[in-house]
Design a protein around this ligand. Structure first.
Ligand SMILES: Nc1ncnc2c1ncn2[C@@H]1O[C@H](COP(=O)(O)OP(=O)(O)OP(=O)(O)O)[C@@H](O)[C@H]1O
Ligand SMILES: [Mg+2]
Length: 500
């Protein structure tokens, strides 16, 4: 057969257009074999790579003779049985991609490929290789981007400190998508070797919280025994190691045999690290919160004790002494006026001392809070302040005691600071309970420049406020006054779940 002039260029041009418009390697491969068969008048065409079929045309579905195609690909055979025709001469051209792949074709009739046809076949093989390699790279890149986006989504949850069960559930869902696994579970190992499901995605016969006994012949047991990633057919288990200790396992499985990608292990490993970080963070946070709460509680207790001692001991004795002095003064004979004056001075001194002790006792622990609640306590604070204080208090419901105490201390400290350091003309206190949080702001119009590093008042407030899950922000630009904003959750969040 004589081919028209420029046939080869036209074939290659059309081939390039047809094959390069596909989006996946598989569809480009299929299109390539179709076009090769068409252009070279072949009954069958196929791509085989390392003994496996990549694409083929000309065979009934499911009846592609892979071993025979592979024999031609490896140069062992030069013939192929063509359905409905019989044995025909075969030709082949190597592909650079997929790895070790070959393009194989067979056509009926005695003619073998002409030199021009052979060169077109090689050209088509090159275009196919390039297209499939590009598509493979693009798909790798897309997978990487998806993986990173999924990891980032979980990392944001970890950084925000959301409860662990939410993180576990998000990890199970994301890992399922990335590892092409319909079933994902996270189990926590217990000391006796049993395990508890903490996240379940895709399985209906297992629920979070269900315990599995130890020693079963499964991937959980293998990972517990070896501490390493394990794979059994279509199930992959990846260990979750927290602070050097095997904490649990993330298991991904597919119900479609053979569909678990080889890189599934690597993909889920990124998630197990995030799970470990989330657990480790929560433990650190819980320990930190507990230690801060202990510090605050201990200092409250000390203040209460000092206040009680002052009130029941020192103050009572001072009162008794004042009475004693008073009656002694009464008993002084009229001819000793000097002594009477002296005693009355002593009485005044004592009275002053008594007032001071009362003031100290009152400032130590806001006893007034337990009597009348926050609003009257703030009224008393404002009246005692040496600065004019404007109060704007909106707290309709009774607040939990730790929240009231923290708000009281914050306002008391800010007002004391305003009076002591700010050279201010006035202060303003706003307090409002809104959306489950107590918002407190204390402003003064003084010199600004507050610096927590220079004292202990603001720093210990931070401990108190943050121990309750609240936040505190002090802004104090020089020359522009000082504002302290405290926000406290009115009901503490359900305790951070620190699983062993
Ligand atoms: N309202 C304010 N205006 C100007 N400066 C302030 C104000 N509040 C605090 N400061 C400055 O910031 C420093 C830190 O305040 P902080 O309350 O932590 O400690 P303190 O008041 O010095 O001591 P303490 O509160 O422990 O008795 C103060 O020493 C002061 O210099
Ligand atoms: Mg202070």
């Amino acid at each position: 057969m004589t081919l028209p002039p420029a046939w080869a260029s036209q074939q290659l041009g059309e081939f390039l257009t047809a094959v390069s418009s596909f989006e996946t390697e598989a569809s480009a491969g299929l299109r390539a074999v179709e076009r090769v068969a068409e252009a070279l008048d072949a009954e069958v065409a196929a791509i085989v790579s390392r003994g496996k079929l990549v694409a083929a045309v000309g065979y009934p579905a499911g009846a592609t003779p892979v071993a025979e195609l592979d024999a031609v690909a490896r140069g062992v055979s030069r013939e192929l049985a063509v359905p409905g025709v019989g044995v025909c001469p075969a030709a082949r051209a190597p592909l650079e991609h997929p790895p070790d792949a070959t393009l194989v074709l067979a056509r009926s009739g005695p003619r073998s490929l002409s030199a021009e046809e052979t060169s077109v076949l090689r050209g088509m093989a090159r275009v196919t290789s390039m297209t499939m390699r590009t598509l493979a790279l693009l798909s790798d890149e897309r997978a990487l981007r998806e993986e990173q986006a999924a990891l980032r989504r979980v990392a944001v949850l970890v950084a925000r400190g959301v409860p662990q069960n939410e993180i576990f559930a998000a990890v199970a869902q994301e890992a399922s998508r990335l590892a092409c696994a319909e079933l994902v579970q996270i189990h926590r190992y217990d000391k006796d070797g049993s395990s508890v499901a903490v996240a379940v995605w895709g399985s209906e016969d297992l629920e979070v919280g269900v315990r599995s006994p130890k020693g079963q012949d499964n991937i959980r047991t293998t990972v517990l025994r070896t501490g390493r990633t394990a794979r059994r057919d279509d199930v992959v288990g990846s260990p979750i190691v927290v602070d050097g200790r095997l904490w649990g396992v993330l298991i991904a499985a597919t119900i479609r045999p053979g569909r678990m990608p080889p890189e599934a292990e690597a993909r889920i490993a990124g998630f197990t690290e995030l799970v470990a970080t989330a657990i480790s963070n929560a433990q650190t946070r819980a320990e930190l919160a507990a230690s801060r709460a202990r510090v605050v509680a201990a200092s409250d207790e000390t203040r209460r004790r000092i206040e009680r001692d002052l009130h029941d001991g020192t103050q009572q004795r001072l009162v008794a002494l004042a009475l004693l002095l008073h009656s002694a003064a009464d008993a002084i004979p009229a001819e000793l006026p000097g002594l009477r004056v002296q005693l009355s001075h002593a009485e005044e001194e004592l009275q002053g001392l008594l007032d001071e002790v009362r003031e100290i006792a009152r400032g130590l622990h806001p006893a007034i809070l337990s009597k009348g609640g926050l609003v009257p306590a703030l009224g008393a604070l404002a009246r005692r302040s040496s600065l004019p204080v404007q109060l704007d208090v909106r707290a309709p419901e009774p607040l939990p005691e730790p929240v009231e105490v923290a708000a009281y201390y914050a306002i008391s400290e800010a007002l004391t600071n305003a009076a002591k350091h700010a050279n201010a003309s006035a202060a303003h206190v706003a307090l409002e309970a809104r959306n489950g949080r107590l918002h407190v702001q204390v402003r003064d119009d003084g010199v600004g420049g507050a610096d927590p590093a220079r004292g202990s008042g603001i720093v210990s407030l931070c401990d108190r406020v943050e121990a309750l899950g609240g936040t505190i922000v002090v802004s104090s630009p020089p020359g522009e006054g000082t504002s302290m904003v405290v926000e406290l959750p009115i009901r503490p969040r359900p305790g951070i779940d620190v699983t062993s």
